[in-house]
Design a protein around this ligand. Structure first.
Ligand SMILES: NC(=O)c1ccc[n+]([C@@H]2O[C@H](COP(=O)([O-])OP(=O)(O)OC[C@H]3O[C@@H](n4cnc5c(N)ncnc54)[C@H](OP(=O)(O)O)[C@@H]3O)[C@@H](O)[C@H]2O)c1
Length: 333
């Protein structure tokens, strides 16, 4: 069992969102590091493990919107990962209530964590400057961070822009659009600059926080080595796949119209696309890089991150996370 640097007893960890894009991967990462993890799962969901873990995870059923269900989930826990959001209804109407739900979920979780005497919460939020007339999605991610930092528990906030990995909504939108359309007509917000990061690096930072006590109580920006726009990511994807694609900018298109259009071409629901698209009107670039000294990593290029995602998808879900094969063209290595 992995031991913390400061505390010689094994940490007891609660993972929220273990059915999600990031949570399900973090479960493998923590298992690999030797941690026994308790997973909070919303009924009637189950944990769909694509490859076996070394340790059987403990499952507790609960919902962040139901405070009573959190008491048992947090009993005896030292550190909780907060990897939950309510965005993602199939329709735009379903998604509209996400801010209120996310506020309530964070308040419930903080209260239950304070009552249970938790030492730490580690939350993955979003990049973006509060002065920048943030989209509802990014403003809500920041509000959740402020709530989680307002209690007795020491909360670490890692702030990320687009995370590139197989199954992540932002990456799947790029993949389907570029695979399916030879000419991409894009509204001007696809040219906004951001600092995407590979899922592998995000997992290493999330897991690394456990062994790095100086990250407790801090808000830290995490980003990859390149500042890119969504249009740059699409061009990069086409290059890695050897596809010829033309990207043409078009004048202002309403976000809702874009969300319905993306939903026609890709399997990503309009209720997920809308908040993501609105978020692209704000620059999402790291304002500080303290984490690079606290948890030194080899930051993957976005070409490499795209390659890893493609390799993971081509290997099929049974091989998920089993290896990081890469078919990066030689001139991109
Ligand atoms: N993906 C990105 O590119 C990205 C970028 C920056 C930051 N982040 C942050 O990373 C975190 C995780 O994102 P993700 O992409 O992994 O999201 P995701 O795939 O949509 O997963 C969301 C998870 O939250 C759970 N959940 C939602 N409402 C809940 C509730 N009331 N009670 C308990 N669980 C609930 C879902 O459970 P069910 O299976 O039951 O629905 C699911 O496991 C979020 O905080 C997000 O803001 C993500």
């Amino acid at each position: 069992m992995t031991l913390s640097n400061t505390n010689k007893t094994p940490k007891r960890i609660l993972l929220t969102g273990p059915t999600g894009f990031i949570g399900k991967r973090l479960l493998y990462e923590l298992d690999k590091k030797g941690y026994q993890v308790r997973c909070l799962v919303r009924p009637p969901e189950t944990l769909d493990l694509t490859i076996p873990l070394t340790r059987e995870p403990e499952i507790v059923y609960g919902d962040l919107l139901d405070p009573d269900s959190l008491i048992e989930a947090l009993e005896g826990i030292d550190t909780a990962y907060y990897l939950v959001h309510s965005m993602g209804g199939r329709s735009i109407r379903e998604t509209l209530a996400f801010e209120e739900k996310d506020r309530k979920a964070a308040e419930n979780f903080l209260q239950a964590s304070d009552n249970a005497g938790l030492s730490r919460i580690i939350y993955l939020g979003g990049l973006g400057d509060i002065s920048d007339n943030l989209s509802h999605h990014l403003a809500s991610r920041q509000e959740v961070g402020r709530i989680l930092q307002s209690g007795k528990v020491q909360t670490t906030i890692l702030r990320a822009a687009v995370i590139v990995g197989a199954g992540g909504a932002a990456f799947e939108i790029v993949r389907y659009l570029v695979e399916r359309l030879p000419v991409l007509t894009c509204p001007k917000w696809v040219y906004t600059k951001s600092q995407p990061i590979s899922i592998d690096n995000v997992l290493a930072y999330l897991a690394g926080c456990l062994d790095t006590p100086e990250t407790a109580g801090r808000s830290l920006d995490i980003g990859g080595p390149q500042v890119l726009s969504y249009a740059d990511l699409m061009r990069m994807y086409a290059r890695v796949r050897g596809l010829k694609r033309l990207i043409i900018g078009v004048p202002m298109v309403p976000f809702k119209l874009s969300a319905y259009w993306v939903n026609l071409i890709t399997p990503v629901p309009a209720g997920v696309v809308l908040p993501l698209a609105e978020g692209l009107r704000n620059e999402a670039i790291c304002r500080e890089n303290t984490i690079r000294e606290m948890i030194p990593l080899n930051l993957l290029s976005m070409e490499q991150a795209i390659c890893n995602a493609l390799a993971e998808e081509s290997e099929g879900p049974g091989k998920l996370l089993s290896q990081q094969a890469c078919f990066l063209p030689e001139d991109l290595q």
